[in-house]
Design a protein around this ligand. Structure first.
Ligand SMILES: CC(C)(COP(=O)(O)OP(=O)(O)OC[C@H]1O[C@@H](n2cnc3c(N)ncnc32)[C@H](O)[C@@H]1OP(=O)(O)O)[C@@H](O)C(=O)NCCC(=O)NCCS
Length: 245
């Protein structure tokens, strides 16, 4: 097994991997993850294929986010994900990161628990079905800028294309009313399929999602390792993505 840093040439293989497991990422999402992770995106090559990946995005020294933990089905239970987690966690430790967080699927949770991650709160993927429709603008550049800035004071609702559904998020707002307005503008009038990931601890977010016709598709668990880090969630209506936090 060969662990190495992923580079732009790995994007097609990485996209194939996330597509095989049914995830929503596009090539552009992988490009953004590579860029934001600043050499913190690793993979394992096996039998000429990119068999497994994991990424670490640092938000200063206070927080880092683990994402894209994926192993191709035919290479599972060989310790690939465990090996990649060891790599990203040692990078986090070397960089002096105080808290590492991630959003765990049911499949990933036992691995993270065995590495000392502790469940913090629920995260939910909500979705709304509809016919596909063409939409022009994509906010990935604004997302890059938003995530790079770290300190969030604006009111904002972004969206991006996904492989299987458009993705609403992040959305930050001072009040439920202005969140409703921002989200209504973002969703537009088209009936395409949408994903919206939120923290149900913010009940206003879950209530708004229901109002807009979304339903819970799957529960995940937000987990942390290191110092607890609690932030005010009352302004967060949609997270930026499971890989970004
Ligand atoms: C979760 C996932 C990445 C694990 O990859 P993997 O390379 O098979 O994991 P490893 O071989 O390193 O196993 C590590 C540990 O994870 C746990 N684990 C892995 N697969 C498991 C399964 N199907 N059921 C229960 N526990 C499992 C075990 O604790 C295992 O420890 P062990 O070696 O003592 O048995 C893989 O199943 C996957 O890609 N799933 C789909 C995508 C996903 O949900 N990713 C997690 C995102 S948070």
């Amino acid at each position: 097994m060969k662990v190495r840093k992923l580079v732009a040439d790995d994007i097609p293989g990485a996209l194939e991997l996330s597509t095989v497991v049914g995830w929503n990422q596009t090539a552009e999402d992988w490009r953004l993850t590579l860029e934001l992770s600043d050499e913190g995106c690793f993979g394992i090559e096996c039998e000429g294929l990119l068999a497994a990946t994991a990424s670490l995005i640092c938000y200063g020294r206070r927080l880092a986010w683990v994402g894209m933990v994926l192993t191709r089905p035919e290479f599972r239970r060989r310790g690939f994900a465990r090996r990649l987690l060891a790599e990203v966690l040692s990078l986090a430790d070397n960089r002096g990161i105080q808290t590492v967080k991630l959003d765990a699927t049911a499949q990933g949770q036992p691995l993270y628990e065995s590495l000392g991650f502790i469940a913090e709160q629920a995260v939910e993927r909500w979705s709304r079905d509809g016919a596909q429709a063409e939409r022009a603008p994509v906010d990935r550049d604004r997302l890059r800028e938003f995530l790079s800035r770290g300190n969030v004071t604006d009111e904002i609702a972004l969206w991006r294309n996904g492989r299987v559904a458009s993705y609403l998020g992040p959305c930050v707002s001072k009040s439920r009313e202005s969140a409703r307005q921002l989200i209504a503008e973002t969703l537009g009038t088209s009936g395409e399929r949408w994903f919206w990931d939120l923290l149900p601890e913010n009940r206003n977010a879950a209530q708004l999602a229901a109002e807009f016709g979304f339903k819970v598709e799957r529960p995940l668990v937000r987990m942390y390792r290191g110092e607890p880090l609690h932030v005010d969630q009352s302004r967060l209506y949609a997270i930026a993505g499971f890989e970004f936090g």
